[in-house]
Design a protein around this ligand. Structure first.
Ligand SMILES: Nc1ncnc2c1ncn2[C@@H]1O[C@H](COP(=O)(O)OS(=O)(=O)O)[C@@H](OP(=O)(O)O)[C@H]1O
Ligand SMILES: Nc1ncnc2c1ncn2[C@@H]1O[C@H](COP(=O)(O)OP(=O)(O)O)[C@@H](O)[C@H]1O
Length: 397
């Protein structure tokens, strides 16, 4: 029959670590050469190659209460207090837990106040985020009331400044017990027993909750997409993009409008309208739009972007289906007649060089996702056409 103390999962509280050698106290279970271990909060694993006791003498195995020096087949970087465990029975890792607290502080337990929490040999700043209910010390039943005075016990939610490794107290007292102190001073304000982790992060490696582009999009509840408006100066790009952004915003979408005039006052203020400068203008804007897609946004880009090659470059930077080319198809005569900034007039007068459509080319898209024939339609109606396209391909759920 196995001894219950050593049948418990292996847990080691680290006191020192030197490359592939780690040293600490066995909190529960047993370890022998050949076992696979995991550094609980990083999730890195390694095999045990040798065991020694505190005096440097070789050991066959070490068990609960022993001080042990383990040689590993990989070098870890650990700090004192970290928890190492058997890789086959890993502890939970979470920065939020539910726990039962026996409060011994002088005044009542105050949610939100920063305190120091010790779990196993790990210490972290944290606080009580919620008092769930008080607990009757005799019956263990829940009691109504959210005020916890000295000598009382309560089920609370805790949050720690970093993820800690633990086991539920009912499964492992050594790694499920916690001690509460003030941030300064050693006086113990309370003790407690962790019931369970509160985050999905529990029981999985910490790396598994790294924030990626899918997570950023998911929290916004949308499919990121870049809506790229191209057309002559005065074609109506900005007016349609603005109407579209208003419509998207009003249904709770997270958007960002990149507009030629605005970007040229900041990020691209060093650029003019020679062909080389326009190429660089579009390159920087496309890279910016790509970062914004990564952030989970719906990006509206409104640039003349007169050259096919540059629009193709922008498309290639983004994922399949993420670049939607929208040709704002307004004839030169109409755009020139509008001339809201008087630029065509000045260009015709020779005051502005390299003006698109006059002495600088505009290459219309050959197969844009959307072509907006602007004659006779308002910017709002044209924005509706784009919304209908996005809805039809499932981008707007
Ligand atoms: N030479 C010349 N040619 C075209 N446009 C000119 C020029 N000089 C200044 N402007 C103003 O700059 C705006 C176009 O900037 P973009 O960044 O969209 O141009 S580009 O994509 O790099 O071609 C454009 O704004 P929109 O009218 O909104 O398109 C003009 O106001
Ligand atoms: N569909 C439209 N019908 C009529 N006028 C429009 C339309 N779209 C834009 N305009 C007007 O044309 C001018 C140029 O529009 P703007 O959106 O600034 O074009 P761009 O951004 O392509 O240079 C503005 O005065 C705007 O009010």
């Amino acid at each position: 029959m196995s001894d219950p103390a050593t049948a418990a999962p292996f847990r080691l509280a680290i006191s020192a670590s030197r490359g592939p050698e780690i040293e600490g106290r066995v909190l529960s279970g047993r370890v022998a050469a050949g076992d696979r271990l995991v550094a609980a909060t990083s999730g890195r694993t390694a095999g045990v190659t040798s065991l020694r006791n505190g005096a440097g003498e070789p050991l066959d195995a070490a068990q609960v209460g022993d001080h042990v020096v383990l040689g590993l087949d990989d070098a870890w970087s650990l700090t004192p207090g970290d928890l190492v465990a058997g890789a086959d029975r890993r502890p939970a890792v979470a920065d939020q837990v539910a726990a039962d607290i026996d409060w011994r502080g002088e005044g009542p337990l105050i949610p939100g106040r920063n305190l120091s929490f010790t779990v196993g040999a790990q210490t972290a700043t944290g606080s009580v985020t919620e008092i769930r209910h008080r607990i009757d010390p005799r019956s263990g039943q829940a009691l109504a009331g959210k005020i916890v005075g000295t000598g009382e016990t309560a089920r609370v939610n805790l949050t720690f400044a970093r993820a800690l490794a633990f086991d539920p107290f009912t499964e492992n007292e050594a790694t499920g017990a916690l001690t509460i102190r003030a941030l300064s001073g050693d006086a113990i304000l309370g003790t407690g027993r962790i019931a369970f982790g509160l985050r999905r992060a529990t029981n999985i490696h910490w790396q598994a909750v790294d924030i990626d582009r899918a997570a950023r999009a998911e929290i916004k509840g949308q499919v990121p997409v870049c809506l790229w408006f191209t057309g002559l100066s005065g074609a109506g790009k900005s007016a349609i993009a603005n109407a579209l952004e208003r419509a998207l915003f009003s249904v709770g979408r997270h958007t960002y409008l990149l507009d030629g005039d605005n970007v040229r006052h900041g990020l691209n203020r060093d650029l003019g309208f020679t062909e080389a400068d326009r190429v660089e203008n579009i390159r920087r804007v496309a890279e910016t739009a790509r970062l914004m897609l990564d952030a989970g946004l719906i990006v509206l880009a409104s640039f003349i972007s007169p050259f096919r090659a540059d629009r193709a470059m922008a498309r290639a930077l983004m994922g399949e289906g993420e670049f939607v080319e929208i040709f704002v198809d307004t004839p030169l005569a109409v755009a020139e007649a509008r001339d809201p900034k008087g630029l065509y007039r000045r260009a015709r007068a020779g005051e502005i060089r390299n003006f698109t459509g006059l002495d600088s080319p505009y290459e219309p898209p050959l197969s844009p996702e959307i072509r907006l024939a602007t004659g006779g339609s308002t910017p709002e109606a044209l924005a509706e056409e784009v919304l209908a396209y996005l809805a039809s391909r499932g981008t707007l759920r």
